[in-house]
Design a protein around this ligand. Structure first.
Ligand code: NAD
Length: 489
């Protein structure tokens, strides 16, 4: 092959009605660990969304009339096919997103596989309700049916993981879908499309339209034949989606940002708490909506905690994401890296202390990664609760540590942000753990652990962190329409 060939860019195509469709214009997609453009993503708009919605509408009667068991078998087949190509998917996700190959291999892709298996199973076990009214000679029962064409919009931080967390329940329930992944991380969704036919997913059941939020995303949100939108992304975008969809009275599921507290009482088991809190702060470069970014430590153990926490954070190696010994990969984009760095600068300007990472320690990168979007895990202390670093979602490898005195005080401070997604509480006192968990304004509370998930149970945020929940029962309810039927005998 010529040089031109060996340097050829990966070119993605939309997947509509079971066929790959070339696009007339494209967006450049970067490899975050090198800063090179390596892929071209279709810049779709109204026309492509229109074609995808039509394909999804056409496929709906057949797909929705299949039995849950038939759909379940197809979902399981798709899970097997993705699992068979796990390594290729993991390599692609790491290159496209900047995350470490280890994280993609052990978290992203296994979870995408599990999403399909989980909903393939759970769809077989739902029961509807029935009540009797003997005096009226009536029985009432509920019946659930798929809604139609579901619009699914996902972010860049856990690309295939979060997209399949929507596709799997949507199609398990009998809907057909038009999905729009983030324009920055579209490759693994495109790879999945290549497996759909072999898995037995009929043409038109899963359509993927690539492009920006403003063009492709908004066209989907505004399409009159898409009655429900499941969205994961930022609170700002969710507000826009809510406005745009309001004239159509669409059903919305919104999984949004967080500013998640970790509350560490003086009786906590620090040997578990410290490594877990480092992980909850910096896993996936801190680009997980559930990442810890405010750490409240009880005064008596504050200095010991800080010393040990910084020492542990410094153990995390930043560098080439394809090196399996690396813990922190590249951030998603140049702009995002700049934004995250600016938060650290603002904290410093306000008088906070940066204990390690950005601006303090030297980041040395291999020659091939000099232009990548890297940043060291950064710990900030002595930052005020009102500071933007303690109020706004940073979504990078930055965490703030502050001291507190009493239970009452820390609950108030932990709740003192607009978000309410996830919190962690560390204490050996079981009564306190329950008390604090009940009073935190947070959709998820983990005590003495982090990111341990049972997909059966509701997932989602309070306040500006979202509307609605996802999970076995919650996703089933979101992706189906319920009817109450009364029979008089
Ligand atoms: P984003 O809101 O910028 O984009 C998310 C998706 O929405 C992308 O596909 C984007 O193209 C699309 N989009 C943007 N504008 C749109 C519009 N006007 N209409 C329709 N679609 C539009 O978010 P992001 O930067 O990709 O992701 C990071 C955010 O996602 C963070 O705030 C993070 O907390 C949040 N997140 C939340 C969860 C959760 O489950 N709660 C999970 C992961 C990420």
């Amino acid at each position: 092959p010529t040089m031109a060939h060996s340097k050829a860019l990966l070119v993605l195509e939309n997947f509509i009605g079971g066929k790959f469709v070339p696009s007339s214009s494209y967006i450049d997609s970067y490899n975050p660990s090198t800063g090179d453009v390596y892929c071209r993503v279709p810049d779709s708009g109204k026309e492509e969304v229109e074609a995808a919605v039509k394909a999804a509408k056409d496929a709906f009667p057949i797909w929705s009339s299949k039995s849950p068991l038939e759909r379940s078998q197809i979902l399981n087949k798709l899970a097997d096919l993705i699992e068979h190509d796990l390594e290729a998917f993991a390599q692609a996700e790491s290159k496209d997103q900047g995350k470490t190959i280890t994280f993609a291999r052990t978290v992203d892709i296994p979870r995408a596989v599990h999403n399909f298996r989980f909903f393939a199973s759970s769809i077989l076990h739902h029961v509807t309700e029935c009540t009797e009214m003997p005096t009226m000679g009536c029985v009432h029962y509920t019946s659930r049916a798929p809604v139609g064409v579901a619009g699914l919009i996902s972010p860049w931080n856990l690309p295939l993981y979060l997209l399949t967390w929507k596709i799997a329940p949507a199609i398990a329930c009998g809907n057909t879908v038009v999905a729009k992944p983030s324009e920055m991380t579209s490759v693994t969704a495109w790879m999945m499309c290549k497996l759909l036919e072999k898995a037995g997913v009929p043409p038109g059941v899963v359509n993927v339209v690539f492009g920006t939020g403003a063009k492709a995303g908004e066209a989907l949100v505004c399409h009159p034949d898409v009655p429900l939108i499941s969205f994961t992304g930022s609170t700002l975008t969710a507000q826009r989606i809510t406005e745009k969809s309001a004239p159509h009275c669409k059903r919305l599921s919104l999984e949004l940002g967080g500013k998640n507290p970790a509350i560490i009482f003086d009786d906590a088991d620090l040997s578990h708490c410290i490594p877990t809190t480092v992980r909850s702060s910096f896993a996936n470069q801190g680009e997980i909506c559930l990442c810890t970014s405010r750490i409240f430590v009880q005064r008596g153990i504050y200095s010991e905690f800080l010393k040990r926490f910084v020492a542990e954070a410094k153990k995390w190696k930043t560098g080439n994401p394809s090196d399996p010994t690396i813990d922190v990969g590249a951030l998603i984009s140049k702009e995002h890296l700049e934004k995250v760095r600016n938060y650290v600068k603002k904290a410093q300007a306000e008088g906070a202390r940066v204990l390690c990472g950005e601006g303090v320690d030297l980041l040395s990168l291999p020659p091939g990664n000099q232009k990548g979007y890297f940043m060291l895990p950064t710990v900030i202390a002595e930052v005020k609760d009102e500071s933007c670093c303690m109020q706004e979602e940073i979504f990078g490898p930055v965490t703030c540590v502050v001291a507190f005195d009493t239970e009452e005080e820390v609950i108030k401070r932990a709740n003192g942000v607009k978000y309410g997604l996830a919190a962690t509480v560390w204490s050996r006192d079981v009564g306190r753990v329950h008390r604090v968990a009940h009073r935190l304004q947070s959709g998820l509370v983990w005590t003495n652990c982090w990111l341990v998930r049972d997909l059966n149970l509701p997932f989602g945020g309070m306040k500006a962190s979202g509307i609605g929940r996802e999970g076995a029962k919650d996703s089933y309810e979101f992706f189906t329409e319920v009817k109450t039927i009364t029979i008089k005998h």
